[in-house]
Design a protein around this ligand. Sequence first.
Ligand SMILES: Cc1ncc(COP(=O)(O)O)c(C=O)c1O
Length: 367
Amino acid sequence: MKPVLVTSPLLPNLNEFNELLQEIWDSKWITNNGSFHRKLEAALCEYLKVPYISLFTNGTLPLLTALQSLRITGEVITTPYSFVATTHSIWWNGCRPVFVDIDPSTGNIDPDRIEAAITPKTTAIMPVHVYGKPCDTRRIKEIADKYGLKVIYDAAHAFGVEVDGESVLNAGDLSTLSFHATKVYNTIEGGAIVMHDPETKRRIDYLKNFGFANEVEVVGPGINSKMDEMRSAYGLLNLKQVDAAIEARHQVAIRYREALRDVEGITFFDDMPGVRHNYSYFPIFVDAEKYGMTRDDLYFKMKENGVLGRRYFYPLISTFSTYRGLPSATKENLPQAHKMADSVVCLPMHHALSEEDLTLTISQILK
Ligand SMILES: Cc1ncc(COP(=O)(O)O)c(C=O)c1O
């Protein structure tokens, strides 16, 4: 029996992709701001309802470049409850991450705890819309404005997420996306930065191309992170089917919620009012005492029976060797994040789950 995987990539129609590959072969323009790259940037601005976007080769380099473009130094306030790339980008910029605990009702950085973590060295906040659930962007903006801090959202999970009809990607100074194969929308590997104005886009476009402003001028310590034409063409095709994929995920979420609502010791998030969710993940939280089984026992039992959930985001970033010596990394400072990391299992969630997949997954938790 084939295992039920936590995710499955959204793949474009192969014949349509072949046609676009033929165009690329004919043009012999395979990277460096080609026509598919430009078309994908325009199409994403329209789909995501954002004014400017710059494509990247993955979702980690946008984080590194965003920090670099705003010349962030010193300390950056962030969450330990994320994928490790968030904090690595701060470290690679020579800055110190300062961990702030999460709000258990969302899994996102707790705005009430941010001010206490600000020091004279703080220059930025890097929150994460974890699982695609929007952060409290209004509160975070108030704090950032009060202390003169920049805000860079790691929006790797938040493709297409809207609050009251507006893209969550328009919050903050910059937002970054990942188009990795595991995400709701993918370009195989890929990512982007969303910005508010053409000057910032131009500077970020320079930075992702070694800092070149023209043939002879390098305006900063840039990197190479340009998306190529093949992946841009693939991304254009995937954009046509992402709405249907999000709707299929929505149906999976409805099914899980109906089946698991009354299971003692199992909790999950419901939709937030006014939010267009993308259903990128379906985390459940296990209260071992009430459920009668620990999270790990459930996780390994599921695995044995062919249901491959994932314990995103366990272990916490703050426990990894690079970060565990930081003063903000102590367990006492991060009780809610530890609790969530120790109780979470993400159930299989993607556009192609079959009825049998869902029945098998649900039966593992009901048993
Ligand atoms: C929150 C978060 N940030 C950053 C990344 C890095 O993106 P990528 O894998 O495309 O480099 C990921 C995921 O992979 C992520 O989940």
